[in-house]
Design a protein around this ligand. Structure first.
Ligand SMILES: Nc1ncnc2c1ncn2[C@@H]1O[C@H](COP(=O)(O)OP(=O)(O)OP(=O)(O)O)[C@@H](O)[C@H]1O
Ligand SMILES: [Mg+2]
Length: 155
């Protein structure tokens, strides 16, 4: 279990945080992203993709629901549940991604995770909020897992 709060002064800072996470995160990690419209969830995942070494541009899966990127160090499964209700999310069997059932274990990043009726056994909860004078505040809480030292030491 761990908790960190960081101020991200601009888009670049959000990308940088994602990059650091993407460089060091272990396969099977689930990142639940919460925060208002435009809070920076997709931006963080874009940085994460860079950190994994993904060259494809990462676009919001608001309509496709899930985008899979397999060209990086480990796969990235990027989901956006904005358009769904809890009932519908339930039918998606999302656990196949974090349990690595018929998919290569990778990082699972889920925007609008508030829509999930259940959580994985262990996960990161990343909450982005608007700062009073621009920028964003991010709070990271981890449940049943630790932030790898390579990341924690540089935050
Ligand atoms: N730390 C920051 N400070 C200021 N602007 C930022 C910061 N991080 C990201 N942004 C900007 O906020 C805008 C919205 O970002 P983004 O699309 O990532 O939000 P989102 O949370 O994914 O939104 P949605 O809820 O629509 O999925 C973008 O223009 C992005 O560049
Ligand atoms: Mg988004």
């Amino acid at each position: 279990m761990g908790m960190v709060k960081i101020f991200l002064q601009d888009t670049q800072a959000t990308l940088q945080l994602g990059l650091l996470i993407g460089q060091h995160l272990h396969p099977g990690t689930v990142i639940l992203l919460e925060g208002d419209l435009g809070a920076g969830k997709t931006t963080l995942v874009q940085g994460l993709g860079q950190g994994l070494g993904i060259k494809d541009s990462i676009v919001s899966p608001t309509f496709t629901l899930i985008n899979e990127y397999t060209e990086g160090r480990i796969p990235l499964y990027h989901l956006d549940l904005y358009r769904l209700e809890a009932k519908e999310v339930d039918g998606l069997n999302l656990y196949i991604y974090w349990e690595g059932i018929e998919v290569t274990p990778g990082i699972v990043a889920i925007e609008w995770s508030e829509r999930m009726p259940y959580q994985p056994d262990s996960y990161w909860l990343v909450n982005l909020t608007y700062g009073a004078v621009g920028g964003r505040q991010v709070e990271i809480n981890t449940f049943n897992c630790e932030i790898p030292q390579e990341i924690a030491g540089r935050l």
